[in-house]
Ligand binder design. Structure first.
Ligand code: XBP
Ligand code: MG
Length: 242
């Protein structure tokens, strides 16, 4: 008599199947491909200083603010929480975020930000299996290019057939927009793919696009609720044997 597989075992078997047979792997960027959020936080603080503001985001505040996807939206969310009646206007938020993006590129150039363990191995294995690769992220195309040019070389975009950045869709994660755009670009359905994510917002976004999700825990989101994921690993070196 075969034992009924527990939901967890079923999920691991489904993940192992998708690691080999998914038509495409769709990667999140921040926290998944690389631990970038500390550099983002430093870039925000550098931009505040350059803009002549006395704002400073420590790790605790930044962890709270990360519930808001998108740098411009995060600035607006923090501004709205302040007691001062003075609010930034949209043009100021755009300017401030543009400075932040430049600071992020400078920090990447000076400090570097390696890909997380197991990322290049998974990408190489997927390519050997003929699986297609895509990116679905909240961050900007500029940040993706700065990070992946340094980590994978100038030809990084040859590896990813479809790249969808946060400002290219109407709604950021946890809305499914970036994942729906990636599926449309790939011409695939959600269940044919596997998403790799690090946050609850990212998990919700991919699940709302009917894409199964592998979670790799990251610095700021490690205690998020990942109940809807197929599997949660510390990093991509911990994938089950397939
Ligand atoms: C993470 C985000 C981004 C970054 C900051 O994106 O929410 O907002 O924190 O980058 P993901 P920007 O995990 O979906 O890759 O300032 O360019 O938004
Ligand atoms: Mg992320």
């Amino acid at each position: 008599m075969t034992m009924a597989l527990s939901p967890a075992s079923v999920r691991v078997e489904e993940l192992k199947r998708l690691l080999v047979r998914a038509r495409a792997l769709v990667f999140d960027v921040d926290g998944t491909l690389a631990e970038t959020e500390e550099l983002h936080r430093q870039a925000f603080n550098e931009a505040f200083a350059r803009y002549g503001m006395d704002w400073h985001w420590g790790r605790t505040v930044y962890k709270e603010l990360l519930l808001t996807a998108g740098g411009k939206e995060r600035i607006r969310a923090f501004d709205s929480m302040r007691t001062s009646p003075q609010r930034l206007v949209d043009g100021e938020i755009v300017d401030l975020h543009r400075i932040k993006t430049a600071c992020f590129a400078d920090l990447l150039a000076s400090q570097g930000c390696p890909l997380r363990p197991g990322v290049t191995e998974l990408i190489s294995a997927a390519m050997r299996r003929g699986q297609r690769l895509a990116i679905a992220t909240t961050t900007s195309r500029e940040n993706i290019n700065a990070l992946l040019s340094a980590a994978l070389g100038k030809g990084w975009s040859d590896l990813f057939e479809v790249v969808v950045a946060g400002d290219e869709v109407a709604r950021k994660k946890p809305a499914p927009d970036v994942y729906l755009a990636a599926l449309s670009g790939l011409g695939l359905s959600g269940p044919e793919c596997l998403a790799i994510e690090d946050s609850a917002n990212g998990l919700l976004a991919a699940r709302h696009a009917d894409i199964p999700v592998l979670i790799t825990r990251s610095l700021y989101f490690r205690d998020d609720d990942f109940a809807e994921a197929l599997l949660v690993v510390e990093d991509l070196t911990e994938l089950p044997e397939i």
